[in-house]
Design a protein. Structure first.
Length: 250
């Protein structure tokens, strides 16, 4: 028996069935696989795994029929400088995450914090400065916990400041409520309804009572405010956990 020569043992060139242009702003990471210098896949120019953090744009696609008859779609990719380019199987590409939702949620959270009394909001805004889109929900969860705990039972320090923090907790809940699971909603909805009831009573009392300058007890109004603070804290405790669960590992 005669062994085949190295030339005859080589894989036959792929056949290009069709080309098409791609006009898209999408950007990709190349996860693995070969990058070829031509659409017939006869010349390997790069290994994609050597460029895990490189961002590529796609400008063309080609439907390829390989020597064994199967068809695949390959994309022509290029980095910004054009130093790394070529054809790669589209299954080896992953869209670059834009974090659009995370950025939107961070901005929404900042707007909510800005509704808190000016004397109280500063610390929370500083905390939000450290929240990145990549870890948005872990960071927002932490700030939510601080708002919930700092607003809990501040006594006669000043109802307007305290209530603004409690009101912010409801707004945070409204921001994320549609993204929780059914099980999470069942628990949160019950806590939220109790929170609304107690908060309404506290706001009503604040509108009808004048603070006592020497800091003595507010009797019924103080008890009502404490109930609202406790309801806010209960909501916050569960909300912190459920917001953190939205954090995805990328």
């Amino acid at each position: 028996m005669v062994s085949p020569s190295s030339a005859s043992a080589k894989t036959a060139p792929a056949k290009v069935v069709s080309y098409s242009k791609i006009s898209s702003s999408k950007r990709y990471h190349a996860l693995y696989g070969n990058i070829y210098g031509n659409a017939k896949l006869t010349k390997k120019v790069h290994n994609a795994s050597n460029f895990p953090n490189t961002v590529f744009s796609v400008t063309k696609s080609a439907t390829i029929k390989k020597y064994h008859g199967s068809r695949s779609i390959y994309y022509y990719i290029s980095n910004k400088s054009g130093t790394v380019k070529g054809w790669i199987w589209r299954g080896n590409l992953s869209p670059v995450k834009t974090y659009a939702q995370e950025k939107s949620d961070i901005n929404a959270m900042i707007k909510i914090i800005n509704t808190i009394d000016p004397d109280e909001r500063g610390t929370y805004l500083v905390e939000m400065n450290d929240v990145t889109p990549q870890q948005a929900y872990s960071g927002i969860s932490s700030v939510t916990g601080d708002i919930g705990s700092d607003g809990y039972y501040m006594g006669s320090v000043g109802y307007s400041e305290n209530i603004s923090e409690m009101q912010a907790m409801g707004k945070i809940y409204n921001l994320f409520e549609k993204r929780f699971t059914s099980s999470q909603k069942r628990t949160l909805n019950a806590l939220y309804e109790n929170y609304l009831t107690e908060l309404d009573s506290a706001v009503s009392n604040e509108n009808n009572e004048n603070p006592i300058s020497d800091g003595s007890a507010f009797d019924d109004s103080e008890e009502t405010d404490a109930d609202a603070q406790e309801a806010t804290s209960d909501l916050s405790t569960v909300l912190v956990k459920d917001i953190a669960s939205l954090q995805k590992t990328v």
